[in-house]
Design a protein around this ligand. Structure first.
Ligand code: AOS
Ligand code: ZN
Ligand code: ZN
Length: 386
C-alpha cells in the first residue's frame, strides 16, 4: 500500500525551474512569430516566472541565460526576483552565438577562441556569485560537419582543459552541470554527444561536476530512464532539462508528446533517491505558437502529474512481483500507478498549499495576460530569435 500522506508531502516539496528564454519570443529557423505582451527584459521574464510559481506553487526559481539576460547589477536582479516571490536559479552559458564560434568554442582549434569561450564561462561563475545561483549549466554546440575536419581526439583534450579551468573557479557550494546532445548544430561529430562522454568528463573533474539529461537530446527509441537510473547509481545526475520531442530537439511542452516516458523517468528518479534538491528539475522549452505563460504552467503540471504517478507506485508489491519473477504482475503494478487519474490528488495538494486547484483557469482569470499585452509595448523582445 502506498502512503498517501507521504505522497502528498513529497509533492509539496517539488521544485521545477522554469527557463527565462521560454517567456520570450522564439521560433524555428524559418520564422519567429512575435507574441504581444512578451517580456522585453530579464526583469519582465522574472515577473512572468513569478506568475507561474504563484499559480502552481512548485516553480520557485527561474534559470537565466547569459548573455540573453544581461543586466548591470545581478545582485539587484536577484533581489527583484525575491521580491516577486521567486529566486534566480541555474546560469546557462552561451558559447554558440558569436561568429568566432563557427568551428567550436572550448574545442575550437584556435587557442584564442578557446580563451574567449572559457572567459565567458568564468564570467558566468562571477554572475553566479552575485545571484547566489548554485549551478552553471554548460551546453556546447561544438562539433564538426565533415570527416577529417578536425582532430576528434584533440577536441576532447581541449574540452577537458577548458572544463578544468572553469571547475577550479567554482565556489564550495557551486556545481557544473554538463549537458549532452546527440547532434545539432553539428552534423558529423558532436563533442559532448551522449551521457557517456559527459559522465567521463564529470568523473575526471570531481564531485561538483554532474551530468544533465535533456529529454530531447537522444536518438529516437533511447531508453532515457535507464540513463537516469545509471547516473543516479553513480551519483552523477545533476539535473534535467525537461521538454517533449516527436523528432529531434523539438523543445515542446514536457509531458505533451510522451507522458508515459516522463512517468518512467520520474519513477527511476523516485526509485533512485533522486527526488531531492541535489537533482535540478528544469524545463528547457520554447513556445513558438502557443501562449507562453499558460504553456509553462501546463508543462509544470505535466511534470507534477508524472511525479505523482511515480510516487504512487506500490514499491513493496512491485518488489514482491519482481522477486517472484512475475513479469505480468510487476508490469501491472507499474501500469496501475501510471493509469491512476492523479488530478484529484493534485487539486487537493494545491488546496493544502494555498494554491488554486486549477492553475490554468486561475491564470486565465487573473488578468495578467491582458495586463502585459497592454503594458509591454515597444522595446526589443528577448529570448531565442531576439
Ligand atoms: C540546446 O539544445 C540545449 O538544450 C540547451 O540546454 C539550451 O536549449 C540552450 O542552452 C538555451 O539556453
Ligand atoms: Zn537543454
Ligand atoms: Zn536542446
Amino acid at each position: 500500500m502506498t502512503d498517501l500522506a507521504a505522497v502528498k508531502a513529497a509533492l509539496k516539496t517539488q521544485a521545477v525551474e522554469t527557463p527565462s528564454w521560454a517567456y520570450g519570443n522564439s521560433g524555428t529557423r524559418f520564422k519567429v512569430f512575435a507574441q504581444a505582451g512578451v517580456p522585453r527584459s530579464p526583469w519582465e521574464k522574472i515577473q512572468d516566472a513569478a506568475r507561474v510559481h504563484a499559480f502552481t506553487g512548485v516553480a520557485p526559481s527561474v534559470a537565466l541565460h547569459i548573455p540573453w539576460d544581461t543586466v548591470e547589477d545581478y545582485a539587484a536582479l536577484a533581489k527583484y526576483a525575491e521580491d516577486q516571490g521567486v529566486r534566480l536559479g541555474t546560469i546557462n552559458s552561451n558559447t554558440f552565438q558569436d561568429d568566432a564560434y563557427k568551428l567550436g568554442s572550448v574545442c575550437h582549434p584556435d587557442a584564442a577562441v578557446r580563451r574567449k569561450a572559457v572567459d565567458h564561462l568564468l564570467r558566468c561563475v562571477d554572475i553566479m556569485d552575485a545571484t547566489g545561483s548554485r549551478d552553471l549549466k554548460l551546453w556546447f554546440a561544438d562539433g564538426t560537419n565533415y570527416p577529417g575536419q578536425d582532430d576528434v581526439r584533440a577536441r576532447q583534450d581541449r574540452l577537458a582543459e577548458g572544463l578544468a579551468e572553469v571547475y577550479a573557479r567554482l565556489g564550495e557550494e557551486q556545481r557544473m552541470l554538463l549537458e549532452y546532445k546527440l547532434f545539432e548544430p553539428a552534423f558529423y561529430t558532436t563533442d559532448v554527444p551522449d551521457w557517456g562522454t559527459a559522465y567521463a568528463h564529470c568523473l575526471g573533474l570531481g564531485d561538483k561536476a554532474r551530468v544533465v539529461v535533456d529529454t530531447g537530446h537522444h536518438a529516437p527509441g533511447t531508453n532515457i530512464e535507464f540513463i537516469v537510473a545509471t547516473l543516479l547509481r553513480e551519483d552523477k545526475l545533476g539535473g534535467f532539462d525537461f521538454n517533449s520531442r516527436f523528432y529531434a530537439d523539438d523543445d515542446l511542452m514536457a509531458g505533451a508528446a510522451d507522458p508515459f516516458q516522463l512517468f518512467r523517468i520520474m519513477y527511476e528518479v523516485v526509485r533512485g533517491g533522486g527526488f531531492t534538491s541535489e537533482v535540478a528539475f528544469m524545463l528547457d522549452q520554447c513556445h513558438n505558437i502557443e501562449p507562453k505563460i499558460p504553456a509553462i504552467i501546463r508543462s509544470v503540471m505535466n511534470v507534477q502529474e508524472a511525479t505523482a504517478k511515480a510516487l504512487l507506485v506500490d514499491r513493496d508489491a512491485l518488489a514482491k512481483a519482481q522477486a517472484a519473477g512475475d513479469v505480468l504482475g510487476a508490469n501491472a503494478v507499474l501500469m496501475d500507478a501510471y493509469d491512476t487519474d492523479v488530478r484529484p490528488l493534485l487539486r487537493a495538494v494545491r488546496e493544502e498549499m494555498g494554491v488554486d486547484p486549477d492553475p490554468m483557469a486561475a491564470y486565465a482569470r487573473s488578468g495578467w495576460a491582458e495586463k502585459i499585452v497592454a503594458e509591454r509595448v515597444g522595446g526589443e523582445q528577448a529570448g531565442w530569435g531576439a
